[in-house]
Design a protein around this ligand. Structure first.
Ligand SMILES: *Cc1c(COP(=O)(O)O)cnc(C)c1O
Length: 355
């Protein structure tokens, strides 16, 4: 077998329990958008059967869950855009975020047959979606007076919670609480970084995404520092081991030149599988428990590695690209990206194995 992603569902459930330890007084909405950060939305939703609510980004994602027979509460974080979508959400008992006046007006123009759970989103500094704090009360009042029976909650989202030294996070929390002052509803603001780094932000509901998958949500550090367990281990097979001479160039463009006579291996994974093309020479790959550096450019189906320090490596050995024994956070730094992107970008050429 070549490129495969082993998904450890026990680690996933363990990480959910870690969320509960961080925020013991809050209820938990696991965020399983983008195919559960690339791990498989259905498998993840089934494994997290102890929770009663999930969040996804779009109505399409929520409908996929319903079509697979999932009957839990689902919150659509982007809400809906038109009447048909609103009716469909209502019919399927899907909860919606309202972040724009357009969505409030839509709610006022349609007769729903039953009560709907909604979350009013306040923009406290992310400046992406949401109502300005100063109009929050009037939006809340409009929803209260809506012709439809709405169960209203309030939410906001942190912009920089991954940087624990950034004071914006505390200001956003304060702005959110002020905007909600006198509004007697449940509240939510914390993503993973807010859960791990800002106890005051836990409020009634927390919304963990990346930490569930065993990734450190902060811009520095790795999962083990927060006692999180990586859920995905991406691995493939060593296809070739060959002796190269000093001065030989490796791969496309010949950008990497052997500084010595040396052993170079080829692993069957590339950007066609979702391995980042921008991973620099030096990016660690784990072979037989030894970290060896990637050398040369990542190609579509293969990468090359320097086996000087792993002379026992033989064709057919397993190479771990990230996960158990090799933090994805470290790989992300070498590729100038974040673990979120690496996880989301695996292609369907990678075989997923759940255990
Ligand atoms: C994606 C998302 C989350 C989860 O964020 P993580 O950083 O992965 O924990 C929470 N809330 C909202 C609104 C989101 O879009």
């Amino acid at each position: 077998m070549r490129a495969r992603a082993l998904i450890n569902l026990e680690a996933l459930r363990y990480n959910l329990r870690r969320v509960g330890e961080y925020a013991p007084r809050s209820r938990i909405i696991p965020v399983i958008k983008a195919n559960a950060y690339g791990h498989g939305m259905h498998e993840v939703a089934c494994a997290l059967n102890k929770t009663d609510t999930f969040a996804v980004a779009t109505l399409d994602e929520a409908m996929l869950l319903r079509q697979a027979g999932n009957t839990k509460k689902i919150v659509v974080l982007q809400g809906v855009n038109d009447k048909n979508e609103l009716l469909q959400a209502s019919q399927e008992n899907i909860s919606l975020v309202l972040h724009h006046e357009h969505q409030v007006a839509l709610m006022e123009s349609v007769d729903l047959q039953k009560a709907m759970d909604i979350w009013i989103k306040v923009d406290t500094g992310m400046h992406r979606l949401g109502f300005e704090p100063k109009v929050t009360r009037s939006i809340y009042q409009r929803c209260r007076q809506s012709r439809n029976e709405l169960v209203i909650r309030m939410m906001s989202h942190f912009a920089n919670a991954d940087d624990t030294s950034d004071e914006l996070t505390a200001r956003q929390l304060q702005s959110f609480l002020e905007a909600c002052h006198g509004i007697d509803t449940e509240k939510s603001i914390a993503n993973s970084a807010g859960i791990c780094g800002h106890e005051a932000a836990h409020l009634d509901w927390v919304r963990p995404g990346i930490m569930l998958y065993g990734v450190n949500p902060f811009s520095k550090g790795t999962a083990s520092e927060l006692s999180l367990q990586p859920v995905m281990t991406l691995s493939s097979t060593l296809l070739s081991v060959q002796q190269r001479q000093r001065g030989d160039t490796i791969g496309y463009g010949g950008s990497w030149v052997c500084p010595d006579d040396m052993l170079v291996g080829v692993v069957s994974i590339g950007y066609g599988d979702g391995y980042p093309r921008h991973a620099r020479s030096g990016t660690p790959v784990l072979i037989n428990g030894t970290k060896v550096p990637l050398v040369g450019r990542v190609s579509m189906d293969m990468i090359c590695v320097d086996l000087s320090h792993c002379p026992v490596a033989t064709v057919g050995d397993e190479a771990i690209l990230w996960g158990e024994g090799l933090p994805i956070e470290e790989v992300a730094r070498y590729a100038d990206t974040i673990a979120y992107e690496l996880l989301c970008k695996l292609t369907n050429r990678v075989k997923f194995v759940y255990y």
